[in-house]
Write a protein of this length. Structure first.
Length: 191
């Protein structure tokens, strides 16, 4: 019941906020914490030296962590903006840590407000050479539940981690957030 209430509230907020979030078309990944009960068990932030090597040497990674049970009404997440109005051809990220059926996941909302779910466990997984424990996860619109078609356009995208310590480590670190081949691997705009 709590997940359904969270999902409905999130859908309503995103449908009304999506037009205000769209800007220059540059992809951005902005972390947020959903913790209405003030549990204090959620971490969602870009952290230096937590991610894969990058040209600047900062090696940022997006740390998504839930230090408590999955049933706790709280989640780590990030708003992914800049892809509004596009047709989804590819979505994914590089990940280390927990990679479950539902967390981390993308919730991609289309122009009709439908939520298309892309769980980390699904899609194509490729180990990243030279980065033990990291793998690249990529999915297409067809991998969503329900699938996204060529007639669907992106209204908004959320990256959510809400599986807790009872489902694994409770922590995922993602890097190189990918929407349609545009990558974000640090705070701010796409590369």
């Amino acid at each position: 019941m709590r997940r359904a209430t969270f999902a409905l509230g999130l859908v309503a907020a995103l449908v009304f906020a999506a037009p205000a979030l769209a800007d220059s078309g540059k992809l951005k990944v902005n972390p947020f914490v959903f913790d209405p009960g003030g549990t204090g068990i959620i971490v969602s932030s870009w952290q230096a030296h937590a991610g894969l090597a990058d040209a600047g040497g900062s090696n940022h990674g997006l740390v998504l962590q839930k230090n408590g049970p999955t049933a706790a009404f709280a989640a780590a997440g990030a708003d992914v903006t800049g892809a509004e109005g596009q047709t989804l051809t590819e979505i994914g990220f590089d990940v280390t840590g927990h990679c479950g059926a539902g967390s981390p996941r993308y919730d991609v909302f289309d122009q009709n407000g439908n939520d298309h779910f892309f769980g980390c466990f699904y899609g194509t997984h490729t180990p990243i050479v030279g980065a033990p424990g990291w793998e690249r996860v990529r999915q297409t619109g067809a991998d969503g539940f329900p699938p996204m078609t060529a007639a669907d356009t992106i209204s908004s995208i959320e990256l959510i981690a809400d599986e807790g310590t009872d489902q694994g480590t409770g922590q995922s670190v993602v890097d190189n957030v990918d929407v349609n081949g545009t990558l974000v691997g640090k705070p701010g705009n796409s590369k």
